[in-house]
Design a protein around this ligand. Sequence first.
Ligand code: BGC
Length: 768
Amino acid sequence: MRKPRPLAELLRPDPMLRTVCFVLALAVGGISVSWAQTAPAEQSPEVRADALLARMTVREKVGQLHQRFLNFGKAPTDEGLAAGDYGSFLYARDVAAMNRLQQIAVEKSRLHIPLIFALDVINGYRTTFPAPIGLAASWDMALIEEARRIAAREARAAGITWTFAPMVDIARDPRWGRIVEGAGEDPFLGSRIAVAQVRGFQGAYPGAPDRILATAKHFAAYGAAIGGRDYEESAVPESDLWNIYFPPFRAAIDAGVVSVMSAYQDLNDVPATGNRWLMHDVLRDAFGFKGFVVSDAYAVGSLVDHGFARDQKDATWRAFSAGVNIDMDASFYLEELPGMVEQGRITVAQLDAMVRPFLIAKFQLGLFEKPYVDEAAAVSILTDPSHREAARIAAERSAVLLKNANGLLPLDAKKLKSVAVIGPVADNVYDPLGPWTTTADLKETVTVLAGIRTYLPKSVKVEYARGAQIARKFASEFDQFYDIPPEKPWTAADITKAIRDAVAVAKRSDVAILVLGEAFNMSGESASRAMLTLPGNQERLLEAVIATGKPVVVVLINGRPLDVRLADAQAGAILEAWYPGMHAGTAIARLLFGDVTPGGKLPFTWPRHAGQIPIHYNHNLTMRSDAAGRRTWDEESVPQYPFGYGLSYASFAYSNLRVVTPSAALGEAIEVAVDVENVSDRAGDEVAQLYIHQRAGSASRPVRELKGFERIALAPHARTTVKFTVPAQDLRYWSGAQKAFVQEAEAFDVWVGTDSRAELHGEFAVHP
Ligand code: BGC
């Protein structure tokens, strides 16, 4: 349902002004005033789109479905723009160039249809926030929405009106590089985060001022690539699709997301981009999606590579008839669709149905009225200090404290005389930003070293040693987008010397802060791994610094769980900072020295070792479920850290679990309350989590499923009651036996606590 749009109406030119402009335009002869070319602006975008469609040729319609990269591949031609051959571009970053292309589209084309400029606005636009997996670890929906609002505001100011985000793919395999772009492994948390992101990007309705269109991607089960190897096929039982992989898409659609991106990979032997069941039966019929589907880049073309489509024509037919509206980057639609319409293989009505939602979006965005970017206005928005402040807060609230033996953290700055900052990601400006930061200003990055130096008084000596070199074994095809000079690989002698220097620095210092992890290009697209080990010589470095006997704090900069068995066993503390964004150093210093208390929680299960994968918490029970610690003889069977885990400098106690509705009828909600007390002298945040288990049913149910959470701030010794409502909707599941969603009258367990191992237990029953 569309929401009222008062502000947008105000921003539209009034009818009188429109008429004057129209007359003026006619008078000066040939100057196009775009709103004069279509139905009047007081009409709805739908009516205006229909009026426009009625005037479009087949070629003009097909042009709207054609999206191309700017800056790579074939450059757009002025003739093509004037002919209406392009509906949208991606990777636009130069405002002057965008205005020039827009001017040709708007002023030289027959129907004056404006272009959309799209971009992957992922960690932010100019202001860089934590990477999505970090934002997810905040479990703070208001914060996530705000981060997306700011990203949208900046992007919009720079002429971007459509982002290819949020990525809502569930990732159960952290070897998959793109786990960094999503919200982790859980469908409930993932759905809530999907909603917060769609709201943040799009605002109250598509086309809201200062907001941009969002894309839920990649439909579907891209994160289930076998072996975690990017782009590979996924083989997913239908029950897992409906219960695990689809829910965040459904949530994004219910929140009004305007576009969905089809995935690259082959899903159960049918590539997602040619999968009519996915994009028609599920997306449109079951979920009621009314927007448009954009293919992933060259995914229409890849239908041939998959050994699915015979050739370009066949790929076009399959993608189009499966429900892909827009062909990103392949140009197959542009080249093939006109002929198919001419031959009657595709009807004009079918073509119109694919073009219509995209035109509606252009009207919703007000592009017909305001097609150009105001370069001067963009500057003040892109440099807004409140955006930077929000990025710092987000980095602080995303951090997860994984270990803190004997209260090593927070460090007391007053008691320190010297600090060693060691590690390959401690002092560079791009790694803390993570992948996809193509529009950041690197000069704004506060490195971890710089943050610690700025934080501490001059009386504390801060020494730095790099200690390790990290690099991908095989280069990333995306490195070309970044202007980073390649480094000569270290020799064995270089490594030995670097470790020796680091050890010397540690020995001279009161505490060693080791900043370890992965470079920005080690996670993300085309950045899957076979192992989860710390890359390069970091493990050796860690071992050597631990051997000095100095207190060791490990700060992790990364986008996926890593094998931290050594750090967990022998370092004093571990703080997971993710790719924290431009304020990495500021935030990390404030966390380490106790200005803020970490309160994030893991949005995935953290394996001890890659050999444990998959190890998601919401697995089914087995005949030997009690043998949780004994499933493998060469490594523990329990993960390093469970889903939902995260420590605090404060301590919390849970008590008094009340199941307010011990018995509920089918269709009724369940209510649960619990008391949470801060039993320490320090203020802190806790994320109270509620898990359920359905004891029997037409199909096996997971051992635990998250169904509620709330991040609460508690002053020292304060106590609060957290109330959870689990709607009947959330007790439903897709039964592999019934081949349908069911809610069953059964007995349930419920737990509330600090992570997915929560022990405080209650029960309830659902009756017919
Ligand atoms: C990625 C998408 C992205 C697109 C455009 C693809 O390679 O899979 O997530 O939106 O490129 O940049």
